[in-house]
Design a protein around this ligand. Structure first.
Ligand code: PAF
Length: 287
């Protein structure tokens, strides 16, 4: 596995691959790999001939009071895990290489970035869209693969790719969960044992919503009431948002007609976790 840390070197390598007709797949990450990342890498491996994993903790997507400094990092371990997963190139660079002195260009996906996580993390999606566009320009992948846990992020990136006529297919992959149902996240490492136990309320709330819908419930009011009750009953939780939205526009819906996405963001004391699930009128089973 090659390790590349310079945007020009990355572009050069990508150009070579493309000139040989190789299909290039990018999995963008902020590192501290867990089985969720591993599943994106494994998927990437199956659809392409060159697999690049980018590892960049992007300062532009963290607010001033957020966890940029304490975001978990372990490059040696990530190198081992990427090698084990059959990655061809780990592209990891520092903030100075991504945003050299004088840097001043940002991308904004307007309406999709505003509500939900965008409301509690102002500027977050501007940082995400900017770095993802830069990574796509540096790696020139045919396909870029993202996890569905960050569902709003996936929609923002899809919109950006469509609006800016990008020549990369954006693929979303299912959430990977711990055996007890907690969605995999690098931020789970922040949780104390008590918070870790309480964090299961997100998954339980999603399951309850799916069961409600499977038994015929359709209205936003009923579904959100049940979800809110489960989350509020868990110790140390504070709901940031619970929303039932159209899966593409992310606009709130009053009732499930066809498909809707249930999105959650919940504080466990100082740690904010997100999760989501698809709710569909044809739903018969669990998450
Ligand atoms: O989902 C992430 O890990 C990050 O937001 C991403 C897409 C790598 C951009 O920094």
């Amino acid at each position: 596995m090659d390790i590349i840390s310079d945007p020009d070197d990355m572009q050069g390598r990508a150009r070579q691959w493309r000139s040989h007709g190789l299909k290039v797949v990018l999995v963008p990450t902020m590192g501290f790999f867990h089985p969720g990342h591993r599943s994106l890498m494994e998927y990437g491996r199956t659809i392409g001939e060159r697999l690049v994993v980018s590892l960049f903790v992007n300062p532009a997507q963290f607010g001033p009071q957020e966890d940029l400094e304490r975001y978990p990092r372990d490059l040696d371990r990530d190198v081992r895990l990427a090698r084990d997963a059959g990655v061809d190139c780990l592209y990891t660079l520092g903030a100075g290489a991504m945003y050299p002195p004088g840097y001043q260009t940002y991308v904004e996906v307007e309406s999709l970035s505003q509500g939900l996580c965008g409301a509690s993390r102002p500027g977050h999606f501007k940082g995400v869209a900017t770095v993802v566009l830069k990574l796509l320009n540096q790696v020139s992948p045919h396909v870029a693969v993202f996890g569905e846990k960050d569902y709003q992020q996936l929609m923002v990136i899809r919109r950006m790719a469509a609006d800016l006529d990008l020549d990369t297919e954006i693929v979303g992959r299912p959430i990977v969960r711990e055996p007890d149902g907690l969605a995999m996240s690098s931020r789970n490492t922040y949780l104390s044992p008590e918070e870790r136990a309480a964090a299961l309320c997100l998954y339980r709330a999603l399951l309850a919503a799916r069961e409600l819908v499977a038994s015929g419930a359709r209205s936003r009011e009923n579904i959100l009431a049940a979800v809110g009750q489960i989350i509020n009953a868990a110790p140390g939780t504070r709901i940031d948002y619970v929303a039932l939205v159209d899966p593409t526009t992310l606009q709130e819906v009053e009732a499930i007609r066809g498909e809707a996405r249930l999105l959650l963001a919940v504080w466990l004391n100082q740690t904010r976790l997100i999760d989501n699930t698809l709710l569909s009128e044809s739903l018969l089973c669990c998450v």
